[in-house]
Design a protein around this ligand. Structure first.
Ligand SMILES: N[C@@H](CCC[C@H](N)C(=O)O)C(=O)O
Length: 279
């Protein structure tokens, strides 16, 4: 018997989505490795499954291509939110989703009755070194601290959006060797849970270009939690205002860090690509 799935993408960050409210998937890590394989499987940056929740309207779990489970996924939650809304599993346009980063609140955006995107209240960024977690930067915030990677010194700012991020400001992204640096950051001893790394070039106070090396998934075309961490880091380094458009390899996200409630709000697209049966 096969597994019914649907394939979605948000800014080119792509996911296989499976309804597992019956909790019949016994080894999601292994299934993710197989389904996400771009040659022998469906091909995706992650596997997302619906699980029942006793705390929220629904529950999302996200697995990377290497089978590791991540606490949260920004592009993934927009896809998940639109999918559960279109399936009729949630009755209203704004609802709650249990994630490894706590209960988050997506809102389906419509223009003239047509869905144009999803806005998500991503909660508050976590800035405490121990909670991100990081090692060797001392206590408190990790803002513009130095780290040695492959014999070079980099200035980094670290943020958790439920999952850990290391943001590196970078003048000219055409000089970046992400395939070499990405894994070295990901597996650096300063990051006990490994890390997602965003390389970020600030264009002006409201426009930023970002490339990402994701923990457990390598280079992807976009990372929603990474875009949230990027805006947070840019504000903390006095490089942008609290609202900015983040341009990724696969599209744009609009991120706002509200002064009112200290929450990060992410707005962007979520599109279904195809459905199928994995045999
Ligand atoms: N692409 C995602 C993040 C997915 C999880 C990440 N690789 C991790 O392990 O933390 C996003 O859009 O946020």
């Amino acid at each position: 018997m096969g597994i019914e799935f649907t394939k979605w993408q948000g800014c080119g960050n792509d996911f296989v989505l499976v309804d597992d409210r019956s909790e019949s998937i016994k080894d999601p890590a292994e299934l993710s490795r197989k389904m996400c394989d771009r040659h022998y499987g469906i091909g995706a940056d992650g596997l997302i499954i619906i699980r029942p929740s006793d705390k929220a309207d629904t529950r999302m779990r996200i697995y990377n291509t290497d089978g590791s489970e991540a606490e949260m996924c920004g592009n993934g939650i927009r896809c998940f939110a639109r999918w559960v809304y279109e399936l009729g599993l949630v009755p209203v346009e704004e609802f709650t989703v249990e994630t490894g980063a706590g209960i988050l609140v997506p809102k389906i955006i419509k223009e003239n009755g047509r869905i144009t995107g999803v806005r998500v209240d991503m909660g508050q960024p976590v800035l405490d070194a121990e909670k991100i977690p990081t090692k060797g930067f001392g206590t408190g915030r990790v803002v513009d601290k130095t780290i040695e990677v492959l014999g070079e010194t980099y200035h980094v700012t670290c943020v958790s959006m439920g999952n850990p991020h290391c943001v590196v400001l970078w003048d000219d992204l055409s000089t970046l060797d992400i395939e070499k640096l990405g894994p070295a950051f990901e597996n650096h001893p300063a990051f006990p849970n490994r890390v997602n790394t965003e390389f970020v070039s600030v264009r002006d106070k409201n426009h930023v270009r970002m490339r990402v090396w994701e923990r457990g998934a390598a280079v992807t075309m976009a990372c929603g939690t990474g875009a949230c961490a990027t805006l947070t880091a840019c504000v903390l380094n006095d490089r942008t205002e609290r609202q900015a458009e983040i341009e990724l390899d696969g599209g744009k996200l609009f991120i706002e860090w509200s002064e009112k409630d200290n929450h990060i709000y992410m707005t962007g697209p979520a599109e279904e690509v195809y459905k199928g049966t994995y045999i």
